[in-house]
Design a binder for this molecule. Sequence first.
Ligand code: FES
Ligand code: MG
Length: 578
Amino acid sequence: MTDGQRTSRRSQAWFGAQGRGGMIYRSWMRNQGLGHEVFDGRPVIGIATSASELAPCNAHLTHVAEAVKRGVWQAGGLPLQFPTMATGETLMRPTAMLYRNLMAMEVEELIRANPLDGVVLLSGCDKTTPAMLMGAASVDLPAVMVTGGPMLNGKYRGQDVGSGTHVWKFEEDLKAGRMTEEECFFAEGCMARSNGHCMTMGTASTMACVAEALGMQLPGSAAWPAVDSRRMETAQAAGRRIVEMVEEELRPSRILTREAFENAVRVNAAVGGSTNAVIHLTALAGRVGVELSLADFDDLVRAVPTLVNLMPSGTYLMEDFCYAGGLPAVLAELLKGELLHGDQITVTGRTVADNTEHAERVGSDVITPLDAPFQPAGSGIAVLHGNLCPDGAVIKQSAASPHLLTHRGPARVFDSPEAYHEVVDDPELDVDENTVVVIRNAGPKGYPGMPEVSNVPLPAKLLKAGVKDLVRVCDGRMSGTGYGTVVLHVAPEAAVGGPLALVRDGDPVVLDVPNRTLHLDVDDAELGRRRQLWSAPAEQYAGGYTWLYTQHVEQADRGADFGFLRGRRGHDVPRDSH
Ligand code: FES
Ligand code: MG
């Protein structure tokens, strides 16, 4: 504790303290069997783990944390594991997204309040990755992420089964009489064969790739299956690396630049990633003061083809993606086409281009080459504007039906997803293949929490008639594993008086994705009259977290973060209570 450089370490404000305070800080830690010598000024590394049996995608992170710990010890640091909340997508009601900001707040405050010099972030399920990145970015201590890895490929009757994606397929097959209940029970077990998060290119895999593209995970880290021993090797390497990062003072603020976000936006397009990346990246950019607008998600990707052939847009799954070379192989392809900023610094201390030096693309089916891509440039996420979405909306073109990308049809309006579900199986439902299903009050404030409900299943009547897709328009989100011609994230949402609130049954809705417009063909005077009649829905909550959420959540085009969480609040050592 005498070394000048070492005493300047943040953790030494605790463990290097003299007198009663220092005694308190060290003594209680020693009840874990830690000797006095570990408080000698070495980097103290927090391992933030979102392991939880209530978030099955993250349940194994305790094992990943053990591997990280080994690495931290190896490099001469002191690892201290701590739990954070976990936002499990499958169980949490009303939606895990309601709690992303709460988790981000918790991660931020836990890092700042404790004697940490650096942190390893262990995430997995959809919202846990952005929540951890957002929290860590606002503290700006050196941080490296290790996502928990995807499940092994699902297998049902010899065929690959994608988590999430096949839930919708099985449901449609059940409704259309192509599968029995018993077959569905059996199939649900086949879909989740191992620890890990969804192995489709859903939001979890997307955010893992995005975290790697941003430079916040070690190269290759996104793709190792959760149960692959190399997941643990990578975790151990991350443990070693974070100790060096503390020495180098390599902080998120140096890594999360505008250029890093541009890389991530393009990588999201190249991997056929989830629309949810739009929301999460926007929120993360808000934490670090990088200007990233909805328009960037369209403009930046126009030249980027989809290289990765994974469900829901394609055929394969994350295990295949791993064997095909993982994200470094994608980055290398994009660099060839000068579609990335190769000089961006990453957690390795080296650049994106350096990191891909030894990248190898194995085969051409799963990760396709730039000159013969899986899908042509400009087939990914499109950002729409128009009188129905003045602040924007998004659609994932690769998950949509080409014939519906330009479409005019009469609206059939539902004030909630539940209102739609009540009638969806009614054989008399007045819908046909031209109908535009409008689901509203599923936005950040209205639901609240902006759930993944927008890709509502098709009416049974139409499925039986062989209709495979309908245009749907909604102020909510869609699971990254979902598909269909679904216009999402309509902003402003209906609950705050967005034009979606004014749509009536039969109004013509005009979708023109090539021209990036979504238009309600009703004249302004009539819309003005309807606005006079509109009143905001009554506040549903008088207290508690959900009240806080509804008061402070921003609209989808701003990332649905809380306004008061934007920006960086740093890592000054808080005052001492002892
Ligand atoms: Fe957790 Fe898909 S439900 S990653
Ligand atoms: Mg999801």
